[in-house]
Design a protein around this ligand. Structure first.
Ligand code: GLV
Ligand code: MN
Ligand code: MN
Length: 418
């Protein structure tokens, strides 16, 4: 067993929650902002103070390495992300990153050698709310390249992706630059469940079997702006009328007809945005989720056809593009078993479960065996400033990560693998 320092970890979570803190007790540390850079800086400073090697890749993924016995073996990667939603909680991402760093420090405190190196990672832009898509850092790491289309992306606040990425990389000159992607033995990520089932069952650990699929659409409906007082119904080409009529039908169909489906409009805008003018153009995002990729296709098709029909009825034009397509994934059984065993070693109950949220582990799983450990959060609430995890659950999650890290690092270089 590897003892961890639970007080240190909970104090670190407090310290990081002060970076980008919001009035309601959450954080706004969206990717590649000053807050995100501040959190990366603090983590790098803590790592350098412990004598760990700190490096980053061209996507501003941040890595902290503690060497293993055999320097030639691919490392075990553990971590999560430090960016947040605009009205985000202090645990989504930070918990997994800081629990991973706690494991690294605990190994160092105990003078414990591991067969392969253990590398903590903080992935860039997991959330995808400022720059779409989500999981940019892990997606590029797994794909070995930065997709061309990303360079010209513009943030929701008007900032350019290329400029913000360059500023973020330059803000950490101490971090040695390495090329994108490297061989990995395995990847482990602790995360809050972001849903209610662990808390409801009173079980402190979820062993994640896999992640449901996510698809994002960008929708633009264009009509004709005109006077609100003088334009009668038959003269109107109102894109907001078209969009809201379609959305009302979709809200009434997608989730009520299929309990596994998720359908969310998180962002909507109307231009020119005048109280007394019919909008010229309305835009919205669509977030669709389902464990079955075929159902995702069907929900997308329904969304496109309903919006198309209503737009036609209103004499409007429609443009719909996919900004994110993440098929569901299944994590390797051997790693799920290792996490279940780690929970038993820690004498805590665990339960297998599917993740409703997407995570960087999904992309890493394309190039190395990956797995996730969930801990409960209060009322299942996440992507909300009120997000809360009991300090004892933080410690339990980190303990299970520590034991799983020891067990999986020990399989490095063996024939059986992780
Ligand atoms: C991750 O942040 C998600 O939206 O699932
Ligand atoms: Mn997260
Ligand atoms: Mn999130």
């Amino acid at each position: 067993m590897l003892p961890i320092d639970g007080n240190r970890l909970n104090a670190r979570l407090e310290a990081f929650a002060a970076i980008g803190a919001t009035a309601k007790g959450g954080v706004n540390r969206q990717a590649l902002t000053e807050g995100d850079r501040g959190a990366r800086r603090l983590l790098a400073e803590l790592a350098l103070a412990r004598g760990f090697e700190v490096f980053q890749d061209p996507m501003a993924n941040l890595f902290i390495r503690r060497e293993g016995r055999d320097v030639t073996l691919p490392p075990l990667l553990i971590g999560s992300h430090l960016d947040s939603q605009p009205a985000g909680g202090r645990f989504d991402g930070a918990l997994g990153t800081l629990a991973a760093f706690e494991v690294l420090e605990s190994l160092e405190d105990a003078g414990r050698a591991t067969e392969c190196a253990v590398v903590v990672v903080s992935w860039m832009n997991e959330e995808g709310c400022r720059f779409s898509p989500g999981c940019m850092g892990s997606m590029a790491f797994a794909g070995g390249e930065i997709p061309q289309a990303w360079h010209g992306k513009v943030a929701t606040d008007g900032a350019g992706f290329g400029e913000e990425l360059a500023l973020t990389l330059a803000s950490l000159p101490e971090a040695v630059m390495v090329p994108l992607g490297f061989p990995v033995h395995a990847y482990l990520e602790v995360h809050i469940e972001q849903g209610p089932s662990l808390e409801a069952a009173g079980i402190p650990i979820g062993v994640v079997k896999g992640i449901q699929g996510t698809r994002w659409l960008d929708v633009t409906v264009t009509g004709q702006t005109a006077h609100a007082g003088t334009t009668g119904l038959s003269w109107r080409r109102d894109p907001l009328h078209a969009l809201t009529a379609a959305l009302s039908g979709l809200y009434g169909a997608v989730m009520p007809d299929d309990p596994d489906a998720r359908f969310t409009i998180g962002r909507i805008s109307a231009e020119p945005g005048s109280v007394n003018a019919i909008p010229e153009e309305v835009r919205c995002t669509v977030d669709m989720r389902h464990p079955d990729p075929q159902r995702l296709d069907e929900i997308e098709e329904l969304t496109r056809s309903r919006i198309g029909q209503e737009a036609e009825r209103q004499g409007c034009l429609v443009q719909i593009s996919r900004s994110f397509d993440m098929p569901p994934c299944v994590f390797p059984e051997a790693l799920q078993k290792a996490i279940g065993q780690a929970a038993r070693d820690c004498k805590v109950e665990s339960v297998p479960m599917l993740s409703g949220a997407f995570h960087d582990a999904l992309f890493v799983n394309r190039v190395a065996p990956a797995a996730m450990i969930f801990v409960p959060c209060r009322d299942g609430l996440s992507h909300n400033e009120a997000e809360y995890v009991e300090p004892s659950d933080v410690v339990t999650g980190c303990n299970v990560l520590a034991q799983a890290t020891l067990a999986i690092a020990a399989t490095a270089g063996t024939k059986a693998g992780p």
